[in-house]
Design a protein around this ligand. Sequence first.
Ligand code: ISJ
Length: 101
Amino acid sequence: MTLHEYRRLIDETDAQLLALLNRRAELVIAIAHLKHAQGLPVHIPAREMEVLTQVITSNTGPLDDQAVRRLFESIIAESRRLEHRVLGTPEDTPAASHEGR
Ligand SMILES: C=C(O[C@@H]1C=C(C(=O)O)C=C[C@H]1O)C(=O)O
């Protein structure tokens, strides 16, 4: 395959990744509203650990586990930012502190 063909495949793959990331973001928004309604915080470290453990455990490479961890830590951090944005809560304040609003 030529360089140009590989790059077209990368472009296609990036489009798929973006669609999946936005699908994940839509699920995160739904979860944000549920957690807010139940008085739960945006940041749930135990769940984040579970997500990271799952992706690292199922990683078959060529990305190494540290790379997968960094990528998903970034995705999760953006998910938290998104939750705070849709809820209108400050980023460093748990949504639980907004109970009763
Ligand atoms: C999406 C959630 O909110 C936050 C973001 C998470 C994620 O992006 O996977 C996981 C835990 C929470 O800190 C959730 O609680 O499930």
